[in-house]
Design a protein around this ligand. Structure first.
Ligand SMILES: O=C(O)CCC(=O)C(=O)O
Ligand SMILES: [Fe+2]
Length: 375
C-alpha cells in the first residue's frame, strides 16, 4: 500500500484530504459523565463504564434473552427470503434454497449468484424488530450512562451479511468517524455491535485496538480495501498517530480479539479502531450495529438524514418519530447523490459508493471508487 501518503505540492504543503484535520478532542471520549447513585435496569457496572471510557470498548455479556433477539432473527430470515424471491423472479437463480436455515441460506444464494450478500446489505430497510432493539429500555439506560439523559439514535446502522470466506464483507481496521463527516470528530457516538449467534474467532468476530480513542483523533485512512467500498487504516498509521501497540504475537498489545456469546454485545465509540476477522466457518455471522448520540450534537453524517430522539430530559417522552426518521433512506441517497451513473440503477447492481470515498486518498481503485462522484 502507498507509503507516500502525503504527496508534497511544495515543501511546506502536504496534500490534505478532507478527512484529515489537526485538532484533537480527547475529552468527550475519555470523560465519564456524572453518574446518579441509583442504577437503572440493565446498566453497566462501574468497572465496565470505566473500561469503556478508558480503553474505548467493553463487552456486555448475557444482556438479551433469546426471546428478545428471536424477532430480529425472524426479520433477517424474511429479508433473505425476499431476496431469494427477487433473484428467482428475475431469472438470476434457478432454485430458492428454502430448505436452508438462517445461517446457511444466504451462502447458498451467494454461491448461485455472487454478490447476493452485497445486495442484501445494500437494500436493507429497518424492520420493526430492529426498531424495538434500538430503543430497548435497558440499552437506552446504558446510553444514558454514556451520553447523558438525552439520547437519540444515530442515522447510521447496518445489518452485516457476513457470509463465509467473502472479501466483500471482510471489514478492515477503521474508526467509524472515517466514514462520517468531520462534524462527528468532536463528540461521542456510541455503537452497540450485536451478533445473532456466538461470534467467534473462526466466524469473524470483532477486534478492537484498545486505547485508540484516547488521543481524540481520527487517523489518516485510505480507500478502498481490495474489491470493496471500505476505508482502511494501516496498522503502522494506528501505531504512529494513535499511539497504540499493534503486535499480534506479544501479550503486551492493544489488539483485542473479542468473541461474544449470543445474547451479549460489544460497545465502542466512533474513534475506537476496530475490524472484523475473516469468516472461516461454514455459518453466516449475522450482526447489527446500532448507534446513539446526544441530539444536541450535529449528526456527523453530512446532510444525509437526521437521527431519531429516544429519550428527552425535559419532557415526558412518548414514541420515537419513526415516520420522520424513515422519510429519508440514507442508503438510497448515497447511491443517487454520490454515483456517477445518472439513469436508474439495475436492481442487481452490486456497486456501493458513498460520501466517505471522497474523504481519503484513493490508493486502490475498483468499481466502487470508479463509480464515485463527489456529492
Ligand atoms: O460487523 C463487522 O464486520 C464490522 C462492524 C463495524 O465496523 C461497525 O459496527 O462499525
Ligand atoms: Fe465500524
Amino acid at each position: 500500500m502507498s507509503k507516500s501518503k502525503k504527496r508534497k505540492l511544495s515543501k511546506e504543503e502536504p496534500v490534505r484530504f478532507p478527512g484529515e484535520v489537526d485538532e484533537v478532542h480527547p475529552l468527550p471520549f475519555i470523560t465519564m459523565p456524572p453518574q446518579p447513585n441509583e442504577k437503572k435496569l440493565g446498566q453497566l457496572s462501574r468497572k465496565q463504564l470505566k473500561q469503556f471510557f478508558d480503553e474505548g470498548y467493553t463487552v456486555v455479556e448475557d444482556f438479551f434473552t433469546p426471546e428478545e433477539l428471536q424477532p430480529c432473527r425472524d426479520s433477517i430470515s424474511e429479508m433473505v427470503d425476499n431476496l431469494a424471491d427477487k433473484l428467482y423472479q428475475a431469472g438470476k437463480i434457478t432454485e430458492k434454497f428454502t430448505e436452508y436455515d438462517l445461517f446457511q441460506r444466504l451462502t447458498k444464494l451467494e454461491e448461485a449468484y455472487p454478490g447476493s450478500n452485497i445486495l442484501l446489505f445494500k437494500s436493507q430497510k429497518m424492520p420493526k424488530s430492529f426498531q424495538n432493539l434500538w430503543c430497548n429500555e435497558r440499552l437506552l439506560n446504558i446510553m444514558e450512562q454514556i451520553i447523558g439523559p438525552e439520547v437519540a439514535g444515530h442515522p447510521v446502522w447496518n445489518l452485516r451479511t457476513k457470509t463465509p470466506n467473502s472479501l466483500a464483507v471482510d471489514i478492515p481496521w477503521h474508526q467509524d468517524s472515517a466514514y462520517f463527516s468531520n462534524e462527528s470528530y468532536d463528540h461521542m457516538i456510541a455503537t452497540a455491535w450485536i451478533p445473532f449467534l456466538d461470534a467467534t474467532k473462526e466466524n469473524g468476530c470483532m477486534q478492537v485496538a484498545k486505547n485508540g480513542h484516547r488521543k481524540g483523533k481520527v487517523a489518516t485512512h485510505q480507500c478502498c480495501a481490495g474489491p470493496t467500498w471500505y476505508v482502511m487504516l494501516e496498522e503502522e498509521e494506528m501505531a504512529k498517530t494513535l499511539g497504540i501497540k499493534v503486535s499480534h504475537v506479544d501479550t503486551d498489545t492493544d489488539i483485542m480479539t473479542l468473541p461474544i456469546t449470543y445474547g451479549g454485545f460489544l460497545l465502542f465509540n466512533n474513534l475506537t479502531p476496530h475490524r472484523s476477522l475473516m469468516n472461516y466457518s461454514n455459518e453466516i455471522r449475522w450482526s447489527v450495529d446500532l448507534r446513539w448520540q446526544s441530539p444536541k450534537h450535529h449528526w456527523g453524517f453530512y446532510d444525509i438524514g437526521e437521527g431519531v430522539l429516544f429519550r428527552s430530559a425535559e419532557k415526558e417522552f412518548k414514541d420515537p418519530d419513526w415516520d420522520k426518521f424513515f422519510s429519508v433512506d440514507r442508503k438510497e441517497i448515497w447511491q443517487k447523490k454520490y454515483f456517477k451513473q445518472k439513469d436508474d440503477l439495475d436492481p442487481f447492481d452490486t456497486t456501493i459508493t458513498g460520501p466517505w470515498i471522497g474523504r481519503w486518498e484513493i490508493v486502490n481503485h475498483n468499481k466502487h471508487t470508479d463509480a464515485f462522484k463527489p456529492g
